[in-house]
Ligand binder design. Structure first.
Ligand code: CFM
Length: 535
């Protein structure tokens, strides 16, 4: 019989097949085949991807609470300006310095036809003036949407004008939706401007001995708070988070940290790389989703700093967290063990959540990403072999110089080697594919047709995905939990988060609603064949 992959792909005509066969793989042995990623979706195919502007404004900049982010474009684009992603923040005061939170507000220039015809810069200046008089922020970010790029408004000139006029920080982000092939382009554009204009501009030094930034943690459902709590208990100071619950005020000082922890590699690896080049700050890939992975991540941080007292405190925190969640985890494991899951999320969670599922004995039969690049699947070692096409060339890639004043070397080469022997590899991400089971499906830019087909054939117990495909799955009798929004639950990070996650999954699987759904695949026989040994 054909493989699961072929059963799905064989249904395409030859033109579509030729394209999609690069993007769907079956995991074989320990080898990771080359996957097609970060390329254009075929027009007309129902993709789950978002646009460049969504990645810049909605994902990376959106959680920065004390900056007013003005969306320069028609009002429809401002769907992404307000509350569509569950990043949380508090307006807090530290050392007498107040970080206001504007997350509840939605700022848009509401461009009309006349602005498209005659130019929208005047309206943008007006919007900045209005925002200054009402909110008096210390920073304003301007995000362009498609029409702004098409008519050629110079948002950067307006930003310079605002800095002059109001003595604030004002940064333009040319993140027009049409740039790149997905929201991934927007991450890159946001990262570039953060390193250019914000990181390194502050002068507030950290107070503690062990200092980190958390990169690629967006505080969805309070995850970032959970991680910060853990690190603080261990005696580690978090200088800044990129960007969940964070502030312009803190990001300015992030160059003082001694180590960067990278949670979501896809959205922020550019900042991690550039901070390494510019300030000498090493980064380690962490995963605070899952008990095992949380434990490993905390221990890696201890090994990096190499301090016995810190390592002891980390062990105490781990032991304490494991003891306090032990009974519930055991119960949940006893109920969830042996289930199967499929995961399809943006660019990092399909990997992170496999670790948490493993804690419960749930195996992954399919995992994929909307907009990841090859290194997120295959590991960073493939970066030199990634072909740059016209779409990726369109996104600026900046080179940073060593900052003579702040550049530091925390570990020398020999110490880095010793660390490697202990299993802590610096400035490296192994990608998702290596840890997956043989026979599992790995897919890139999954579309609605493939989603339905894979669910029909693989019949996982749970499908972890997003709002666009949740109900398709549930109507066919498969529980779907959203891994973007956590279906308004969470936090799922850390040890306590693992328990909340397990409870949500068990609750979903146990709901009496399933008895009322007659799944289409339950009505047709799943085995075909005939007696007598013939096919
Ligand atoms: Fe990183 Fe994200 Fe993700 Fe992402 Fe996202 Fe998100 Fe995501 Mo939705 S930054 S790549 S662009 S972990 S919003 S917090 S859940 S698709 S897997």
């Amino acid at each position: 019989m054909n493989s699961v992959r072929d059963q799905v792909l064989d249904q395409y005509n030859s033109r579509v097949y030729k394209n999609r066969k690069e993007h769907v793989l079956t995991k074989v042995d320990d080898k990771t085949e080359e996957i097609g990623a970060n390329t254009r979706t075929i027009p007309g195919i129902m993709s789950q991807r978002g646009c460049c502007y969504a990645g810049c404004k909605g994902v990376v900049l959106g959680p920065i609470k004390d900056a007013v982010i003005i969306v320069h474009g028609p009002i429809g684009c401002s769907y992404y300006a307000w509350g569509t992603r569950r990043h949380k923040a508090e307006a807090d005061e530290r050392d007498g310095e107040q970080a206001k939170s504007y997350l509840e507000y939605c700022f848009s220039t509401d461009m009309q036809e006349a602005d498209i015809v005659f130019g929208g810069e005047k309206k943008l200046r007006q919007a900045i003036t209005e925002a200054m008089s009402i909110f008096d922020p210390t920073a304003i970010f301007i995000c362009s949407t498609c029409p702004v790029g098409l008519i050629g408004d110079d948002i950067h000139a307006v930003a310079r004008w605002a800095e002059e006029e109001y003595k604030i920080k004002c940064i333009g982000f040319s993140c027009e939706g049409y740039k790149g092939v997905s929201q991934s382009a927007g991450h890159h554009i946001a990262n570039n401007q953060l390193i250019r204009y914000i990181i390194g501009t502050g002068d507030k030094k950290p107070k503690k001995q062990f200092t980190v930034n958390i990169l690629g943690e967006y505080n969805i459902g309070g995850d970032g708070w959970e991680v910060e709590k853990l690190l603080k208990r261990c005696g580690i100071e978090v200088v800044s988070v990129f960007t969940g619950g964070s502030s312009y005020r803190d990001i300015k000082n992030s160059h003082f940290a001694d180590l960067n922890l990278v949670q979501c590699h896809r959205s922020i690896n550019y900042v991690a790389d550039m901070m390494y080049d510019k300030y000498g700050i090493d980064w380690i890939k962490v995963n605070f989703i899952g008990v095992e992975s949380c434990t490993t991540s905390l221990r890696s941080i201890g090994e990096y700093f190499g301090d016995e007292g810190l390592k002891r405190r980390i062990e105490e925190v781990i032991a304490d967290e494991i003891v306090s969640t032990y009974d519930e985890m055991q119960f949940l494991k006893s109920r969830l063990k042996g289930k199967t899951a499929a995961l399809y999320v943006g660019g990092s969670r399909s990997h992170h959540y496999q670790a948490l599922l493993k804690d419960f004995g749930i195996s992954t039969v399919l995992a994929g990403y909307e907009f990841a690049h090859r290194d997120d699947y295959e590991g960073r070692e493939v970066i030199p072999t990634i072909k740059t096409d016209a779409d990726s060339k369109n996104i600026e890639s900046i080179q940073v110089e060593k900052d003579e004043k702040f550049y530091k070397v925390y570990l020398n080469d020999q110490q880095k080697e010793e660390l490697k022997e202990k299993g802590v590899v610096l400035n490296y991400y192994e990608g998702m594919a290596k840890g997956m089971d043989e026979g599992a499906i790995i897919c890139d830019d999954l579309n609605h047709f493939e989603t339905e087909e894979f669910l029909r054939i693989l019949k996982p117990d749970i499908f972890f995905s997003g709002i666009k495909d949740k109900f398709v799955a549930q109507k066919s009798g498969i529980l779907s939990r959203q891994l973007h929004s956590y279906d308004y639950s969470g936090p799922y990070a850390g040890f306590q988060g693992a328990v909340i996650f397990g409870k949500d999954v068990l609750m979903g699987l146990s709901t009496p609603a399933w008895a009322l759904i007659r799944a289409p695949w339950k009505q047709i026989p799943s085995l075909s064949g005939s007696l007598g040994g013939e096919e």
